[in-house]
Design a protein around this ligand. Structure first.
Ligand code: NDP
Length: 252
């Protein structure tokens, strides 16, 4: 039964693998048998991660905000491993600000990374699959903030809501090419992006609003990650799956 999650012989690209969730996703997919391509801007972190993984690992630089970097990345992937089978579109950032304090620079930075960057990476991935007539699976890492809103996060919530719609639009159009596109919408998972915040009093009070009364652990995402990456989800596309300890079902 466990074989339905087996990823042996598959190649998975994980963007933003230099820290946090991406780093964990790379380890999880490799442990399930996948060859992994790990990418981000901090190459040193990726080289360190490579040492911790037993299976095949390719380290490549990637800045999702640069079209040139994305094109260079895929030409290197194509040369080395051909078209990959799985894309974990995970690179992301946030710049929390009250709406009245938002400026163009901050807004553009968050949208450029979380939405335009995710589009750019996914578009080139699917172009390559379509050219090679290969099936594939894309997992966009959205957020519960793509489905609800929170204070000081207008740019992030807007970008993630865009990513949710991108997931569904791509799923609709790419089903005929055998490319599945789904998203995970994590709730609050403790990583570098938010550890400072959860150490504050405000952060601690957020945790009280989560029905399960705790932050998620990186390993809480393993099940859904393996489900969506593998043939176990062969009939799933366009799904947005929250993993949030019940945060979205808070009473109104
Ligand atoms: P981290 O800050 O730990 O990781 C973010 C990753 O994205 C880093 O590896 C970073 O690598 C990469 N990244 C950022 N900008 C770029 C860029 N321009 N080009 C390439 N890579 C980039 O955060 P998390 O692990 O927590 O977040 C991972 C994803 O999960 C994000 O999309 C986030 O929005 C999402 N998420 C996280 C939640 C959480 O509670 N942690 C909840 C819901 C969603 P580098 O700086 O080396 O380029």
């Amino acid at each position: 039964m466990n074989d339905i999650f087996d990823l042996k012989g598959k190649t998975a690209i994980i963007t933003g693998a230099s820290s946090g969730l991406g780093r964990h996703f790379a380890k999880t997919l490799s442990a399930a048998g996948a060859n992994v391509v790990i990418c981000a801007r901090r190459i040193q972190n990726l080289e360190e991660l490579k040492k911790e993984i037993d299976g095949e690992v390719l380290v490549l630089p990637l800045d999702v905000t640069s079209e040139e970097s994305v094109l260079d990345f895929y030409s290197e992937v194509k040369k080395t491993v051909g078209s990959a089978d799985i894309l974990i579109n995970n690179a992301g950032t946030s710049d929390p600000k009250r709406f009245k304090d938002l400026d163009e620079q901050s807004w553009n930075y968050v949208l450029e990374t979380n939405l335009n960057g995710a589009y750019r990476v996914a578009k080139n991935f699917t172009d390559s699959l379509i050219e090679d007539k290969k099936p594939g699976s894309i997992i966009n890492i959205a957020s519960i903030l793509g489905l609800r809103v929170g204070l000081n996060l207008a740019s992030y919530a807007t970008a993630k809501a865009g990513l949710v719609q991108l997931t569904k639009s791509m799923a609709l159009e790419l089903a005929r090419s055998n490319i599945r596109v789904n998203a995970i919408a994590p709730g609050y998972i403790l990583t570098e992006i938010n550890d400072d915040f959860f150490a504050t009093e405000e952060g601690q009070s957020y945790i009280k609003n989560i029905p399960m009364k705790r932050l998620g652990l990186e390993s809480d995402l393993d099940g859904v990650l393996l489900l969506l990456s593998s043939d176990a989800s062969a009939f799933m596309t366009g799904s947005i799956i929250p993993v949030d300890g019940g945060h979205l079902i808070n009473p109104l």
